[in-house]
Design a binder for this molecule. Structure first.
Ligand SMILES: NC(=O)c1ccc[n+]([C@@H]2O[C@H](COP(=O)([O-])OP(=O)(O)OC[C@H]3O[C@@H](n4cnc5c(N)ncnc54)[C@H](OP(=O)(O)O)[C@@H]3O)[C@@H](O)[C@H]2O)c1
Length: 274
């Protein structure tokens, strides 16, 4: 990988845990200089990463970070907008502040960071921006409406950005992983804890691949020069389910989605993960 990895300076948001930490390890192995962000840089445990503290759910710290980036980080060849968490549960029970933070972190921050690195990439005629979305965009499961909406927005953003910048030699990847094991479930602001959807997610996560496997899938795709939408994760979620979805009417897919999340009727299937 080291010989044929096309980029040198990488910035990864959400580098303290899960996929972000795994991506940092892979990028270092590929020979990159890696800057990683967290709300608390002391939490970044990957040896060799240059840690940066920034809360990406709030406009002011993002603006300050973007300005610093110009001065201190210099040339960024690859930006990976990875930081994220879920606000799950019934929308009517959701704190408006959580709605605001979810949109800022998952949409505003990636847009501002992409805006900051694009001029340099255009001038050099190369670069790569990866926005970590989710297979939830194809399968907007119940109990995750706000999370699904921000990821769908991020996917649309990536796809437009890819075509806007294709002629400048810049690749934009809409990365859509299925479930993988990480700190995600612990970090989730879950308002429906203990309900069917939450129990179903716990079950799916338990048998999901680990974050390192998913990070390697992404790094291989980048090294191979791919752009556009890239799916990753288990064979069932990343390959079989999207293929079968094309063959089925929407109402059938949605019925399967409800069953997958343990929600088959007014009273659900009952919770089994106590
Ligand atoms: N796990 C899955 O099954 C799955 C599936 C599809 C997509 N994804 C997506 O993959 C990405 C990585 O998630 P993960 O599963 O690796 O979760 P994770 O282990 O919980 O890691 C999330 C990272 O995001 C950072 N973060 C959270 N809130 C932040 C904020 N306000 N400002 C700055 N950084 C913040 C965290 O850093 P600090 O807490 O240290 O600040 C942490 O490093 C997310 O975008 C997630 O939506 C996950």
């Amino acid at each position: 990988m080291k010989e044929n990895f096309p980029y040198r300076n990488a910035l990864v948001t959400g580098a303290s845990s899960g996929l972000g930490a795994a991506l940092c390890r892979e990028l270092l192995r590929a020979g990159c200089t890696v800057w990683g962000t967290s709300r608390d840089a002391a939490r970044i445990g990957v040896q060799g990463v240059i840690p940066v503290s920034v809360d990406l759910a709030h406009a002011e710290p993002i603006r300050a970070f973007v300005q610093e980036m110009y001065l201190e980080l210099g040339q960024i060849d690859i930006l990976i907008n990875n930081a994220g968490y879920g606000v799950f549960g019934n929308l009517e029970d959701t704190d408006p502040e959580d709605i605001h933070d979810q949109v800022e972190l998952m949409l505003t921050a990636p847009a501002l960071l992409a805006q900051a690195v694009l001029p340099g990439m255009k001038a050099r005629g190369e670069g790569c921006i990866v926005n970590v979305s989710s297979l939830a965009v194809r399968f907007p499961l119940p109990g995750m409406s706000l999370y699904n909406a921000t990821k769908a927005g991020l996917t649309a953003f990536s796809r437009s950005l890819a075509d806007e910048n294709h002629e400048y030699g810049i690749r934009v990847i809409d990365f859509q992983p299925g479930d993988f094991r990480s700190g995600f479930m612990d970090a989730t602001r879950n308002l429906g804890h203990g309900d069917e959807a939450w129990c179903a997610m716990q079950r799916h996560m338990a048998s999901a691949p680990d974050a390192d496997t998913v990070a390697r899938q992404l790094l291989r795709a980048i090294a191979a020069g791919r752009s556009g939408t890239i799916c990753a994760g288990s064979f069932f979620q990343a390959r079989l389910a999207p293929f079968v979805q094309h063959l089925l009417p929407d109402c059938v897919t949605r019925l399967f989605q409800r069953m997958y999340m343990g929600k088959t009727g007014r009273n659900g299937l009952g919770c089994v993960c106590k």
